[in-house]
Design a protein. Structure first.
Length: 305
């Protein structure tokens, strides 16, 4: 009996295999062509109004929409591979869009019936597009060579830029930033202009111009020291007395000079040019020191003889 069973299985094996393959192909053709209903997730392509328009979209749009279609099983399976998409025209800035089969784009020669959309529609939010002048803010990176400092604030030209976009985004801007000004390579005094790009303040905002000229002024590092109630010395052919007899002196010097100053080195003076002065005269108080700026209070005193 086993021999008969084995003979029945192996007899005409090639013909049996070929028949099985034909049966599979026939099954696929029959069932693939049957009418079916399926769900497909398709990409949503949106045509927004031009940036020159008065309104700008500020809401959220779904990246894809699920649609229910009817067609052959094979066609629906092929479309699931991303062969179709949807196009929505928003040129007129509508606040509500209901999806329709006309928005669906199918490959050439492919046909299915679009029966349903999930979601069936979307609501859209728009704002007025405005333009506003916004101040520019510049930051500094690093420090110049030892003994030098950057005089703040840096000078921006122009001081403001035009920002265009949704009213809600534009009106809350207090300033826009430029790329940082790197002063680490500066080793001497002077003015250093550079062109710096404007950082984009937001994804829906446009800036004009895209860059500005920023100038950094680098000066020697200074420190201040004040000396109170210093006696005024009268220089000239005849000694006199001043009113008031004392003044205050404020010095702005390099830090190493300021650290070494002593009060006895600071002698404010008035100079009498007349050979035989009489009465009284108002004279400027003078004090000079190399590499320092001196500020005397009061600037003048009355000298009497």
């Amino acid at each position: 009996m086993w021999d008969r069973i084995r003979l029945a299985v192996v007899e005409n094996m090639n013909l049996k295999i070929l028949s099985f393959v034909f049966a599979l192909v026939l099954y696929s053709l029959v069932h693939g062509g049957q009418d079916a209903r399926g769900s497909i997730s398709v990409d949503l392509e949106v045509n927004l109004p031009p940036e020159s328009g008065d309104k700008v979209f500020v809401g959220q749009i779904p990246r894809d929409v699920r649609i229910i279609v009817r067609g052959s099983t094979q066609t629906i399976d092929n479309l699931r591979g991303g062969a179709m998409h949807m196009v929505v025209d928003l040129q007129d800035s509508p606040e509500h869009v209901a999806f329709t089969p006309k928005m669906v784009r199918l490959p050439d020669g492919v046909h299915v019936d679009v029966e349903q959309f999930e979601p069936p529609a979307i609501d859209l939010k728009w704002e007025q597009r405005i333009t506003r002048d916004v101040p520019v803010q510049v930051s500094v990176v690093g420090s110049p060579a030892d003994g030098y400092v950057v005089k703040m604030p840096l000078i921006a030209e122009p001081k403001t830029v035009k920002v265009r976009g949704p009213q809600g985004d534009v009106m809350v801007l207090q300033h826009v930033r430029t790329d940082a000004f790197d002063v680490r390579t500066i080793t001497t005094e002077g003015q250093y202009p550079r062109q710096l790009a404007i950082e984009k303040p937001g994804p829906r905002l446009r800036v004009e111009p895209l860059s500005i000229i920023v100038t950094a002024e680098v000066t020697r590092e200074t420190a201040e020291v004040s000396f109170k109630k210093l006696p005024v010395a009268v220089i000239g052919p005849s000694h006199g007395k001043t009113l008031p007899p004392e003044v205050d002196v404020r010095l702005v010097c390099p830090p190493d000079i300021v650290r070494s100053l002593r009060p006895e080195q600071i002698v404010p003076t008035v100079e009498v040019t007349s050979k035989e002065p009489t009465g009284s005269i108002a004279l400027p108080v003078v004090f000079r020191m190399d590499k320092c700026d001196a500020y005397v209070t009061p600037r003048e005193v009355v000298t009497k003889w």
